[in-house]
Design a protein around this ligand. Structure first.
Ligand SMILES: Nc1ncnc2c1ncn2[C@@H]1O[C@H](COP(=O)(O)OP(=O)(O)OP(=O)(O)O)[C@@H](O)[C@H]1O
Ligand SMILES: N[C@@H](CCO)C(=O)O
Length: 291
């Protein structure tokens, strides 16, 4: 039996829609695989009641099919689905790494990302790799058609999950079809600032680089209490706050000693808006690993 832990991830980071992603040190999914004649899936843990066990509908099952690697797959979910923390991607990434090892397939990190992205396509309708890339490679990743760039960043993060459900499919539906030149200029400036901030492990530059005015405001409309939560987090020391992935999760960065204050501010602000929420302090972490 092969067992792999794959981390939660936060995609987009504001200015890097469908391009940027980071691995979070916690939480994560654990995927265990054993060879079998045909693929079967069992899911336990956080939100497992909402996750299909039919292989064609589960990201891990789609990966097993893509790799022609039938297995009994057990997924212990540490990441709530439809949270914006790459729950479906973690299972896809864990399955890709575990099944490649089980069947002795000689695949590079980028090959594994491509296979795991097929699992993502099955649930969100498009094969974006901005969650599976950091889930496999770790750190901060930049995904483009011509390749993936990875940086081992060290950065404090706070992730907050309001008890609202937003599916990636729905959140993609509200993304505007076009952007003005002013918005393009702002986004390029933010994305460049963020990338430099990741290289320098600088929470001020990264937080400044979250700023983006096309996709983020459209998605914020789907998250009750979002504006108040951002304001409260910034008041508590966050150097930047944005929607995590497709939402409803929110991600903030700050100096290490401010994480607890930022986490409390986010939770309190959502609760004042009538939305239950939980937050956890984390940091940029490693990719999928054997356990
Ligand atoms: N192994 C899996 N783990 C989690 N969700 C899965 C899995 N397989 C299929 N799904 C389905 O995928 C959907 C959740 O994926 P979705 O992309 O919407 O959320 P997410 O992965 O938490 O967030 P995001 O991609 O925005 O960070 C749910 O409908 C869920 O049933
Ligand atoms: N880049 C994707 C991440 C969510 O899976 C989106 O924002 O729709």
């Amino acid at each position: 039996m092969i067992s792999v832990r794959a981390p939660a991830t936060s995609a987009n980071l504001g200015s890097g829609f469908d391009v940027f992603g980071v691995a979070l040190d916690r939480p994560g999914d654990v995927v265990r695989v054993e060879k079998a004649d045909e693929t079967t899936i069992e899911v336990t843990g956080m939100g497992s009641e909402y996750i299909p066990e039919e292989p064609a509908k589960n990201t891990a099952g789609v990966v097993a099919n893509a790799l022609d690697a039938p297995a009994h797959i057990h997924i212990d979910k540490g990441i709530r689905p439809s949270s914006g923390l790459g729950s479906s991607a973690a299972s896809a990434a864990g399955a890709a790494v575990a099944l490649a090892e089980l069947y002795d397939r000689d695949l590079s990190g980028e090959d594994l990302v491509r296979v795991a992205a097929e699992g993502e396509a099955a649930v969100s309708g498009e094969a974006h790799a901005d969650n599976v890339a950091p889930a496999i490679l770790g750190g901060f990743t930049v995904v483009r058609d011509d390749g993936i760039t990875q940086v081992d960043a060290s950065l404090p993060l706070v992730a907050c999950l309001p008890e609202t459900v937003v599916s990636t499919r729905d959140a993609r539906g509200v993304v505007p079809d076009s952007a003005s030149m002013d918005h393009v200029v702002e986004t390029v400036g933010s994305a460049a600032t963020l990338a430099v901030g990741m290289e320098r492990d600088d929470p001020v530059l990264v937080g400044r680089g979250f700023r983006e005015s096309v996709v983020t405001p459209a998605r914020a409309e789907l998250i009750d209490g979002y504006a108040a939560a951002c304001e409260a987090a910034e008041g508590a020391g966050a150097t930047g706050v944005t929607v995590s992935g497709a939402g409803p999760g929110v991600v903030a960065t700050c100096y290490p000693g401010r994480r607890r204050d930022v986490a409390s501010a986010l939770v309190d602000a959502f609760e004042d808006a009538g939305v239950e929420a939980r937050a956890f302090c984390t940091e940029v972490g490693d990719g999928a690993e054997f356990v």
